[in-house]
Design a protein around this ligand. Structure first.
Ligand SMILES: C[C@](O)(CO)[C@H](O)COP(=O)(O)OP(=O)(O)OC[C@H]1O[C@@H](n2ccc(N)nc2=O)[C@H](O)[C@@H]1O
Ligand SMILES: Nc1ncnc2c1ncn2[C@@H]1O[C@H](COP(=O)(O)OP(=O)(O)OP(=O)(O)O)[C@@H](O)[C@H]1O
Length: 284
């Protein structure tokens, strides 16, 4: 049977770096919200054993593609736990809409959707907590996509507390450059000592992203994009970039600005969602 699954994008509505662990990873305080915009995965569970991506990416070898890495991880784990046998297989196709290296979490989201969907299709019976722990091996943002609820996150993003920020309309814009996460986390000038605050305190204060200054300094196009957007609405970087978002109370207001966008800007309008489209699909 062929099934289709949403793989939504996320925004980091704020992102603060409060320290660095001994292993080099950065301690964050961030607020995740999903978008009603994302990729669509088509998955066919088979009994032929193989895990196949029918729509390979030009930019990523199959071996490294998070779709297949997530599928392999679940298969190995479920085989070891004797929840499936070696004949469990799957074929995947994806309609990719989320720009890569954009700070919209596309790779993590694809991995989460694969874990959740195969857990259902292969009837592995793992809990969301177990899937999130597995997913964390693939990327820091996988757990929030599995959890499916907007969340305040601490640690490297693995300690999640459900949150319900306003579901605003966003103009999300891509400046045409791809920014690797390690390039930003490795920058000497990055602010790494923002004091930790409670969620209540954070919700009451204006929201920022500690990666923004470094990204604006290193990537002129991101700076130009923010200068342009800030004329119209409060705007920030998401994740480690390259995408930025401007927030609006209505879809019409966001679309009016979209129409004014210069040609070099790729942009779309989407709504913030506190329950992810994947979560909604699961409860159908
Ligand atoms: C910053 C966020 O975009 C917030 O949503 C994500 O936490 C980044 O997640 P991601 O792109 O999936 O990043 P990962 O693949 O987990 O990590 C890539 C690299 O970034 C650095 N990294 C990542 C996350 C983190 N909290 N501290 C780090 O220092 C590490 O060098 C790591 O090897
Ligand atoms: N299925 C996939 N979709 C997107 N990227 C993938 C996938 N598989 C592997 N990757 C690799 O992972 C990298 C990071 O992808 P991703 O889209 O998660 O980053 P991002 O948008 O910067 O998000 P964030 O930094 O917020 O996690 C890509 O640049 C790509 O090389």
């Amino acid at each position: 049977m062929i099934t289709t699954w949403p793989s939504p994008a996320k925004l980091n509505l704020f992102l603060y770096i409060t320290g660095q662990r001994a292993d080099g990873y950065h301690e964050l305080q961030t607020l995740f919200q999903f978008l009603d915009f994302g990729d669509t995965l088509t998955i066919e569970a088979t009994q032929r054993g193989a895990l196949t991506l029918h729509t390979p990416f030009a930019e990523v070898e199959d071996e490294n593609n998070l779709i297949l890495r997530a599928a392999r991880l679940l298969k190995t784990t479920a085989l070891a736990d004797q929840r499936i046998d070696a004949s469990a297989g799957a074929g995947f196709s994806i309609e990719k809409r989320i720009p890569m290296g954009g700070g919209l979490g596309g790779g993590s989201s694809n991995a989460a959707t694969v874990l959740v969907a195969l857990n259902r299709l292969w009837q592995c019976g793992y809990s969301a907590e177990t899937l999130a722990a597995l997913g964390l091996q693939l990327g820091a943002d996988v757990p929030v996509f599995i959890d499916g609820h907007a969340a305040f996150a601490e640690g490297v993003g693995e300690r999640l507390y459900p949150a319900s920020p306003p579901e605003k309309w966003y103009l999300v814009a891509h400046p045409g450059v791809s920014i690797p996460t390690p390039a930003v986390f490795g920058d000497h000038d990055l602010t790494r000592d923002t004091p930790r605050r409670s969620l209540n305190q954070l919700m009451d204060e204006p929201w920022h992203n500690d990666c923004e200054a470094v990204v604006r300094k290193r990537f002129r196009k991101v700076d130009e994009l923010l200068v342009w957007l800030l004329e119209y609405a409060p705007s920030r970087l998401t994740g480690t970039g390259a995408c930025v978002f401007a927030e609006f109370d209505t879809e019409e207001a966001a679309r009016r600005v979209l129409e004014l966008a210069p040609e070099w800007i790729t942009a779309f309008v989407a709504r913030g969602m506190n329950i992810s489209p994947l979560q909604k699909r699961l409860s159908e």
